[in-house]
Design a protein around this ligand. Structure first.
Ligand SMILES: [Zn+2]
Length: 394
């Protein structure tokens, strides 16, 4: 067995983002050449945050900042930043969220920034637009999918008045998913055991077992926590303070790491028969219910899109997660295992941290200009479609 199952990973990590230009010739006139500049993804959370704040300020947004009490790996300030446009008391609101899964914010933040830079004037007047930058700022800054408590935000929105769901299948393999030691020998041994398990149960079952969510191993992957975490509590408070006038809410939650490289899948939080799901399909086209047939995501509980209906009862909510593919599932899993080991058993600021952070970044963000360009179209179309549906004056 090879040590690195994704041979291109090192190369992908080493690729420096560059300002790239793409040109093509119009089919109508061979003399006419358009040039489009594709801005590279930010290298750090702080760079992404500054670019977002600059773009939002230039676009004339109302900005608010919600500081986190922890800091980034180099002492950086962390915060959720909110940029708003349109009437504060509008009944129709579009909410666009990045970095629910920290590291996935490199792509999400870039999409939010590009919209602010190029399309901020294209809003219908009566709709309020709320752009939440870095819902999980700690994970973004530390290049992790999870938050400061090793919690996956999309496993944390369960009903905490009941016992958290048990995950006996995960606990059976917990010590090989995230072993206490990450030596080459131990990586090889545990990956071998996991691949044996994969052969036995198949990819669907492996994905469901590992990524379905678990509440028993705080050092494991896809851990849901023991109570509502900081970002969860922030959303509840913010919604209660700022969303009381809302009657209709569209949501775009930006994710990466699942599916074919550069393709987008729209994932809904509601059952295929529900009215909310039907509405999602009317707004956005093909929306796949989470965990449904052909879904890149396993069935899971505790995602915030599924939980926001309880936070905002009576509001008509039409929301999708946009999921962009990066690299193959096994390589993504390897990155998450390494990251969980680093923060659970290793030294997150020690000598192993840079290579593991690079591995995680490569699993959730692709710095190739064609990828950065490919993720734009589906997002821009969703924003346009949501505005068209929310604009009752049209
Ligand atoms: Zn995600």
């Amino acid at each position: 067995m090879t040590k690195r199952i994704h041979p291109n990973l090192g190369q992908a990590v080493a690729t420096e983002p560059t300002e790239a230009t793409r040109s093509w010739t119009s089919t109508r006139s061979r003399c006419h050449t358009w040039r489009v500049t594709i801005k590279p993804l930010s290298k750090t959370y702080t760079e992404a945050r500054q670019a977002f704040l600059e773009a939002a300020t230039t676009a004339g947004a109302r900005l608010s900042e919600f500081p986190h009490d922890r800091s980034g790996p180099n002492g950086e300030e962390l915060a959720i930043d909110v940029a708003e446009f349109g009437p504060a008391d509008a009944e129709s609101v579009l909410l666009i969220v990045s970095a629910t899964h920290g590291v996935e914010g490199f792509a999400g933040s870039a999409l939010q920034r590009r919209w602010l830079e190029e399309h901020a004037t294209e809003r219908p007047e009566g709709v309020r637009l709320v752009i939440v930058h870095a819902f999980n700022p700690y994970g973004f800054a530390w290049v992790r999918r999870v938050n400061e408590d090793n919690v996956d935000l999309n496993r944390n929105f369960i009903d905490w008045s009941n016992a958290a769901p048990a995950a006996p299948d995960y606990m059976d393999i917990a010590d090989i998913v995230v072993p206490a030691s990450w030596t080459e020998t131990e990586q090889e041994r545990t990956l071998g055991l996991l691949l044996e398990y994969l052969n036995e149960v198949g990819m669907e079952k492996l994905q469901a077992t590992i990524s379905g969510g678990q509440y028993e191993d705080p050092k494991g992957v896809f851990y849901g926590g023991t109570e509502p975490v900081w970002s969860h509590r922030w959303l509840r408070q913010w919604a209660s303070d700022h969303m009381s006038e809302v009657k209709r809410l569209g949501i775009l939650d930006l994710h990466t790491g699942l599916g074919e490289n550069g393709t987008a899948q729209f994932i809904g939080a509601n059952g295929p028969e529900s009215e909310a799901h039907q509405r999602c399909c009317e707004w956005f086209g093909e929306v796949i219910p989470m965990g449904g047939e052909n879904s890149v995501s396993a069935a899971l509980s505790g995602d915030w899109l599924g939980g926001i209906g309880d936070i905002m009862p009576g509001v008509e909510i039409t929301g999708v997660a946009i999921e962009y593919g990066t690299i193959d599932t096994i390589s993504v899993m390897q990155a998450l295992r390494a990251d969980a080991w680093l923060h659970g058993y290793g030294d997150p600021t020690g000598p192993n941290s840079a290579s593991i952070q690079a591995q995680v970044r490569a699993a959730f963000a692709d710095d190739e200009p064609h990828w950065v360009e490919a993720i734009w179209g589906p997002f821009a179309t969703c924003v346009d479609n949501a505005f068209a549906r929310l604009d009752t004056t049209a």
